[in-house]
Write a protein of this length. Structure first.
Length: 389
């Protein structure tokens, strides 16, 4: 496959550029990337079997029904007649749009006034949306924009008594008093990275050859990627081919060239792990047009975009994704607001990572291209708020 006709359409120059990018990042990005919490020491040839067994057990748990509720079981009753505004990164972004749509739907369900102001996918759009929201004097603003970009607006909102809750607003889940964020809701970047790496180790029977693809501009992306690399390094019989920083802002042009260069240089088979399913929107057409065997390239991603579900369902190279439980996180956002309105501290809840594969895609919301855990989250929150029927 290294010299197959399907790849001769890729110019030698572009392939060389992308290969140089991949190899340079593989060799040099560790020193500049933010380090996530340690996930353990590396493995060796002597314990390869135990590492494989651990990865298989972890993958089995992450692909099973998520029935255990580990979120809050107590809290204040719902505050009446509150006003909240949701500012998505971009309503064209599926996950951001789903978060805000769910927040508004739940807010209206409990008797709150709730609305969306689109951040339109740019720094200026986020700033404008925050200023528009502040002018409406809401009780709270929840956003999936970049906290660093809108910090002056966040500070202004908090001075006016507005509570700020994030949805992937900062780089890690939890309260962030320094940034005046009451609580940032998201899955654990380390948990996502480990889930992807364990899946590759398990599915390859401890013999996986893999590429890690990320965008170093975003701290959360660096955390995910470093967790992938750390966990994958435990497998002494696996091989990391490249650790590639490929900006999401250039994904449509750079991804096809990168994929072509990897196939030319590394041959098949190999796995790709990445911080966002979005990369694969531009990788799969190249693989399809080049008639690459579907068993030759296995794509593993995160976010759980509808396009990822479609690729997994139809066997189009992507074999797994780690989705965000969007509706559950919207309920959590309302609950964090309610705790703030009552003068209570946030509840620190980070749900476990879940893997969608071809084997479980029809469960837990998969038929609707979303992840709704089977843990009764909605009923738990409604019970806490005194609204259960």
């Amino acid at each position: 496959m290294k010299n197959g006709k399907a790849w001769r359409a890729v110019s030698n120059g572009s392939a060389a550029v992308m290969l140089a990018l991949g190899l340079a990042v593989c060799a040099g990005s560790a020193s500049s990337a933010a380090q996530p919490p340690s996930s353990g020491s590396g493995g060796s040839a002597n314990d390869s079997a135990s590492i494989l067994a651990l990865a298989q057990a972890a993958t089995a748990a992450r692909t099973g029904l998520q029935t255990q509720w580990t979120g809050p079981t107590t809290g204040p009753r719902i505050s009446p007649a509150k006003h909240i505004i949701c500012i998505p990164t971009d309503m064209k972004n599926t996950l951001s749009a789903e978060w805000c749509s769910d927040v508004v739907a739940i807010g209206k369900k409990i008797g709150w006034k709730a609305a969306i102001i689109d951040g339109q996918g740019t720094a200026s759009g986020w700033t404008t949306a925050f200023n528009q929201a502040i002018a409406l004097h809401p009780d709270g603003i929840v956003s999936s924009a970049n906290a660093d970009t809108v910090q002056p607006e966040v500070d202004n909102a908090v001075k006016r008594g507005i509570v700020i809750v994030g949805l992937h607003f900062t780089s890690v889940p939890g309260a962030d008093p320094k940034r005046h964020v009451f609580y940032n809701i998201e899955s654990s970047p380390e948990g996502i990275g480990k889930a992807e790496a364990d899946y590759v180790i398990a599915m390859s029977h401890g013999k996986g050859r893999a590429i890690i693809l990320y965008d170093a501009e975003y701290a959360v992306a660096r955390y995910k990627a470093e967790a992938m690399r750390t966990e994958f390094a435990k497998c002494a019989t696996c091989k990391l081919l490249a650790y590639v920083n490929l900006p999401l802002s250039q994904v449509s042009t750079l991804t096809p060239q990168a994929v072509s260069s990897w196939i030319t240089h590394y041959g098949l088979p190999f796995y790709v792990m990445t911080i966002a399913d979005y990369y694969y929107d531009f990788a799969v057409p190249v693989l399809t047009q080049g008639a690459v065997p579907r068993s030759g390239v296995n794509l593993v991603g995160s976010d759980g975009a509808p396009s990822a579900y479609d690729r997994i369902r139809n066997g189009l190279y992507q074999t797994a994704t780690v989705p965000e439980p969007a509706e559950e996180q919207a309920y959590e956002a309302i609950d964090e607001f309610n705790r703030a309105f009552h003068g209570q501290p946030p509840f620190d809840y980070v749900p476990p990572a879940y893997l969608v594969t071809a084997q479980n895609i029809h469960t837990q919301g998969g038929d609707q291209n979303q992840f709704n855990p089977a843990n009764g989250y909605a009923q738990h929150y409604l019970t806490i708020w005194g609204l259960a029927k």
